[in-house]
Design a protein around this ligand. Sequence first.
Ligand code: UN1
Length: 512
Amino acid sequence: MTTATESSVSELLTSLGIEQDNSGAFCGRWLDTQGSPIESVNPTTGEVLATIRSATTDDYETVAAATTEAFHQWRTWPAPMRGEVVRQLGDALRQKKEALGRLVTLEMGKILSEGLGEVQEMIDMVDLAVGMSRQLYGLSMHSERPEHRMYEQWHPLGPIGIITAFNFPVAVWAWNATVAAVCGDSMIWKPSSKAPLCGLAISNIAKEVLEANDAPPIFNLLIGDRKQVGQHLVADPRITLISATGSVSMGRKVGNVVAQRLGRSLLELGGNNGIIVTDDADLDMALRAVLFAAVGTAGQRCTSNRRLFLQKGIAAEMKQRLVQAYKSITIGDPMDPAILMGPLVDQQAVDDMVAALETAQQQGAKILYGGGVLEGPGFFVEPTLVEATGEMPITCEETFAPILYLFEFDDLDEAIATHNSVPQGLSSSIFTTNLLSAEQFLSPGGSDCGIANVNIGTSGAEIGGAFGGEKDTGGGREAGSDSWKAYMRRQTCTINYGRELPLAQGVEFDVG
Ligand code: UN1
């Protein structure tokens, strides 16, 4: 007998065009892929949701060729017309927001409010990209030569590759895809094998929008392993840009291969994000921000708060309030609105958390709260507070789990130095009511991260800004501001409208 939950899950999947057994490659049409099956597992129950026949090397070739062909057509469309297609993608996402949000929650386990928020982030990206489609501005310069004009223009770049992680299985595609589309690029998306159904659902939605506009197949998909798909995508000279989100070790490999062929890469890798709370901070606000940043998405955001620096005057009170708050975190089915923390994505993530906590204790840490693994089914753990003492190399690593390391400090210089002493440089925050402390944190000698916030947590960035970080985080910038430039090629043009041919820098070169 089918239970109510089972039937509602299958209704949801059907409404997004997902079957029990699915193709893993799309390029305007679904290919008959025959690669080894990938199971999408619901991390809340451990049950298989659906299967995907992964793409093979042959499928890669078919998709890469179609994506290249699509680029040749798409780049001739005026940018505002490309923007119109993206606008319609936004309409489709609005219609499917509820279903897509539920799918995100079902497949990777973030709570429904965050699942819906992620789809909203896609919609916001669409709106931004539609505006961008009329604002892909180049500069004009004054030529040093008489009767000459100089300007720069931005052309579509080419077919691009988008590699995304499980934790933002749809929004990170949208950061790249919406901007790349208005810029005139076609693309191949390789989603995480831990969240492949999200890739199927989005591809089905994009397919309808493209077909309704007689647009070439620019939004393509390949689901498969590194050998069959990933390594071809990264090494393929046709793929002008690889935008990759994931671990530092993945980014190092991808970056190396792309650099070898002098391609472009845009890397958004690990974070080890710190929050500094000074004695004069508004502790109510700091507490709420830390909770969302450290426990939200079960600590599985690249922006999750992993290190908390407490000034000595408020440290004891904050620790006590944190423990109280952690005790009241509701853990369970992420579809249930009363729940604040869902499961980790899989057993490997649970094992990684357990191993990190063991190492932390060997290195002298004390667990202040949590540390436990909950009974299955599902991959549930307790959110955990760890008192860091002295030298603890584990605190320089990113563990994708709800572990928060607590540090104490005397003065802000010291806190900023420790804050910056890790290899990663994504997001950072300070909680203070002192203008001088806030500005010190934002000054050139302050936070060394790509994102620096005052009285806001480390996670939950808006799409209007450029998103990304420094050092091991990889240096890439996605989403808003002028991030679009990564998806286009710049051309500097000089036009002589006179009858003479003067050379620049006063060089004379006359024959006879
Ligand atoms: C990620 O975890 O890879 O700032 C992206 C945030 C989200 C994006 C996170 N808007 O937390």
